[in-house]
Structures are given as C-alpha cells and as structure tokens.
Design a binder for this molecule. Structure first.
Ligand SMILES: Cc1cc2nc3c(=O)[nH]c(=O)nc-3n(C[C@H](O)[C@H](O)[C@H](O)COP(=O)(O)OP(=O)(O)OC[C@H]3O[C@@H](n4cnc5c(N)ncnc54)[C@H](O)[C@@H]3O)c2cc1C
Ligand code: SF4
Ligand code: SF4
Ligand code: SF4
Length: 397
C-alpha cells in the first residue's frame, strides 16, 4: 500500500466522481466526520465533504482507487476450482454453488462473525453482521444493486480487535477498500466476480412498478430463483397478498436493463478491481463455462479462485470435512463466458446517459417501453426448445 499523503486534498477530489466506486473506504477512515455518503443525481453513492474537513488527507490512504491494494500475498496465479456445496438446500438458496454459505458456516462454527449484504425492511441493501447460521438467509443470494457499507469496515476491525474470526464478503471494490485497513490473520475475505452495479433508481422504480401491477406490497425478492434451473434462473418476487411474480431473467425487464449495462455506475464499465490478482483471499462467481463433469449440475456450480495460502487452506478444510465438492480447473476453462474474472471491460451503451436522465423523472413503464428490449416470449420459448434438443442430440453423439 502506498503511504503518500498529499495534504490539502480529499480522496474524491483526487480521483473525481467518474472513478469513484462508492465503496465507503474514505467514509470509514475520516477522523473528523467530514464525509457524508449520499446519492448523487442518478442515485449512485458518492462522498460529500462537509465543513469539518481539515484537509488532513487521511482518506486518500483508504481509497482503493488511489491506493495499490495489491497485497503481496494475493497470487498472480490463483488456483482455480469448480465447486458446490454438498447440501442441496444450501445450493438452492444461493446464486451459484452455495460455497459462500459453507464458508460462512465454517467461520460461525468457530464463534466468528460474518458480514454480507442483506435487505432492510424497505428493501434497501446494506452490509450487516450475522452471528449464527440460523440467520444465514438474511445475507445469502446475489442482489443486483450496490450495498451500503455504512461504517462496516470499522465494525469488521472492531470484531477483529476483540479477537473474533471474521468473514467479509462483498464486491471487489469493497474488499479492496477493507484491505487498506490493518490486516489480520483472523480475517477471511471473499470478493465476488462483479458485473457492476446499476443506479438505485432503476431498482426503486422497478419495485414501484411491480407493486402497482400486483396491487400489493412486496414481501420477498430473490434475484436467482432456481426453480427452472441455475442456468435459467428467474426473478422471483413475493407479495404480501400471497401472489408471486416469476420471470426468466432473459425476459424480466430489470435484468434486461442491468445485464446489457444500460445504467451501471461509471466506475463499473472499466473496473480496476475485477482482475487478477483479485482483492479477496477467495473469489466466488458462477461457473458459466463448462464446469468439471463430476460436479456439473443445474442446481448451480461456483467458480472459485483460491488467491492465497489462507484461502486455499480454508477451502481444503471444507473439502476434507465433506461440506463441499471441489475440482481443480485452469484459467482458460474458468474464465469462459465470464469476462469479469480477469479484467473485462464493458462498452458504455449509447443510450446510457439519456436512460439515466429519463430515469430521474419518468416511471418504469415508460422507460421500459423506450429503452429495454425484451424478447417475444413465444419466440424465446421456441428458441430454448430448439437449443435443448440440439444439446441433447450433441450429448448422445
Ligand atoms: C452485483 C453482483 C454482480 C455479480 N456479477 C457476477 C458476474 O458477472 N459473474 C459471476 O460469475 N458472478 C457474479 N456475481 C457473483 C455470483 O452471483 C454469486 O454471488 C457468487 O457466485 C457466490 O454465490 P454462492 O452460491 O457461493 O453464494 P450466495 O449465497 O449466492 O452468495 C452471495 C453473496 O454475495 C453477497 N452479496 C449479495 N449481493 C451483494 C451486493 N450487491 N454487494 C455485495 N455483496 C453482495 C451476499 O451477502 C452473499 O454473501 C455477482 C454478484 C453480485 C452481487
Ligand atoms: S478531514 Fe481528512 S480524512 Fe476527512 S475528508 Fe477531510 S481530508 Fe479526508
Ligand atoms: S474511497 Fe471509495 S467512496 Fe471514497 S472516493 Fe475512493 S472510491 Fe469513492
Ligand atoms: S464493477 Fe467494480 S467498481 Fe463496480 S461495483 Fe463491481 S467491483 Fe465495484
């Protein structure tokens, strides 16, 4: 980590709003409470500096965009695995192979604590702490919005100072921000392969639209429901009156705005954190290429990178304890269809700025019709049928 502090400037002044990842690193480090994290005009978290700032420059040391957080122990040649939990229930509640909940259980069984992203009562996403595995569902599953870290890094450090084992899971920029603080042997970090985060406004307006359509308040949201399989995951929203919305991600308008990158944060298009060496001790994602045959299943397979000795040791223990199945693979196999494992850069769509502008004033329905391309459901089903026939013919050859 670089130690150079330039007095007189804050981190956000040095990097500018376009490069800011909204990671809350500076916010956790300021000794003068001079930073407020608020939404900007397009609903992306940004630090706003108030009159308490004495220009000490400390926040620069905890901004992962400025600091080189490439810890010496993070390998330029990680060990690649495909893996999954042996417990079907855990696989089904998770987004890929359920490796995260198994790692969480490992830490909680040692009286440790786990920090991950969970909903508050209004479906705002924030990093929270759990102490017991019975709370695991609060934080399992990917949520495709940016999580509010709050004073989360300070809370992690406090637990570590008290001698606790801690697992922290988050987007790579969040793990990189945590890495700018003191390192502890008792801290285990997981960074997620990260497609990026969209404007919070997209999500808020989408939920409003769904509540209007169903005339009921939302009760539960699951972005990665696997009822029709992991590859065909669907958005599932439960309402208070008992009704349920389920839609294949390739037909759901939220996913059809998010996955083609219509309104990601500026910093997500050319992300400096989604590359090898990765910031976490372990990296987790979906094995979207061809997973090792022995563990292949349509209930979800994780791509796993053991980035250092600590990560490798914990994964091997879980395997030896028969909690997970894990097969070694290589860089080329692991990165197929998954550009974000090592440096994928996304083009900014031409319509992005107009989309973000209109999002400020218009409702979801009108923006959807203008900007979001949703395939015809009949054609979609027909295409899927043809593909599945071709696939089974190929596997019988
Ligand atoms: C915004 C986002 C984008 C992603 N993009 C990709 C991608 O392009 N390619 C890929 O292979 N994998 C991607 N993933 C990772 C993947 O979806 C799974 O999270 C990962 O494989 C772990 O799954 P699991 O089955 O082990 O456990 P799960 O239980 O599914 O673990 C999910 C973990 O992520 C944490 N989490 C959920 N949402 C957020 C959030 N918004 N911010 C921070 N932490 C969060 C949860 O606390 C939990 O610990 C993304 C995840 C997120 C959150
Ligand atoms: S007081 Fe120091 S740490 Fe806080 S915002 Fe100002 S320069 Fe940054
Ligand atoms: S620390 Fe994070 S939130 Fe603060 S300026 Fe740097 S990137 Fe932005
Ligand atoms: S794409 Fe990069 S900058 Fe954007 S949320 Fe993910 S890790 Fe952070």
């Amino acid at each position: 980590m670089s130690d150079t502090v330039t007095k007189d400037e804050t981190a956000i002044e040095i990097i500018g709003e376009d490069r800011c990842a909204g990671c809350f690193g500076c916010y956790n480090s300021c000794p003068n409470d001079a930073i407020e994290m608020k939404y900007d005009e397009h609903s992306f978290y940004l630090p706003f500096i108030n009159e308490n700032c004495n220009r000490c420059g400390i926040c620069q040391q905890h901004c992962p965009v400025i600091q080189d957080t490439e810890n010496d122990d993070k390998s330029k040649e990680p060990v690649f695995y495909g893996g999954r939990s042996k417990d079907r229930e855990i696989r089904m509640m998770s987004s890929s192979g359920g490796i995260f909940p198994e790692l969480a259980k490992y830490i909680l069984d040692q009286s440790g604590v786990v920090f991950g992203a969970g909903w508050d009562e209004n479906f705002n996403l924030e990093h929270v702490k759990i102490n017991d595995f019975y709370e695991i569902e609060k934080i399992t599953g990917s949520k495709y919005v940016q999580s509010r870290i709050g004073k989360g890094y300070k809370k992690v450090l406090k637990e570590l100072e008290e001698g606790k084992n801690v697992l922290f899971v988050g987007a790579p920029c969040q793990v990189a921000a945590l890495n700018t603080f003191d390192d502890y042997e008792e801290l285990l970090t997981i960074d997620l392969v990260c497609h990026g985060v969209p404007s919070q406004l997209l999500f808020d307006k989408y939920l409003e639209y769904k509540e209007k359509e169903y005339e009921s308040d939302i009760d539960k949201i699951f972005f990665r429901d696997k009822t029709n399989g992991w590859e065909d995951f669907q958005m599932r929203i439960g309402f208070e009156d008992g009704s349920v919305y389920e839609k294949n991600h390739k037909l759901d308008p939220y996913f059809k705005a998010y996955l083609p990158n219509l309104c990601l944060r500026d910093s997500c298009y050319d992300c400096k954190f989604n590359c090898i060496p990765r910031p976490g001790d372990i990296t987790l994602g979906d094995f979207w290429g061809e997973p090792p045959k022995e563990i292949s299943t349509n209930e979800g397979v994780s791509v796993i990178l053991a980035n250092n000795r600590k990560g490798e040791q914990v994964l091997k223990e879980l395997k030896n304890e028969n909690q997970i199945e894990m097969k070694r693979t290589d860089y080329n196999t692991a990165t197929v269809n998954n550009p974000r494992i090592d440096g994928g850069k996304f083009q900014i769509p031409n319509s992005r700025n107009d989309f973000l502008e209109e999002l400020k004033t218009k409702d979801f329905e009108s923006i959807k019709d203008k900007y979001i391309e949703i395939p015809n459901p009949l054609e979609f089903r027909l295409k899927k049928f043809v593909m599945s026939v071709l696939k089974s013919l190929k596997s019988n050859l």
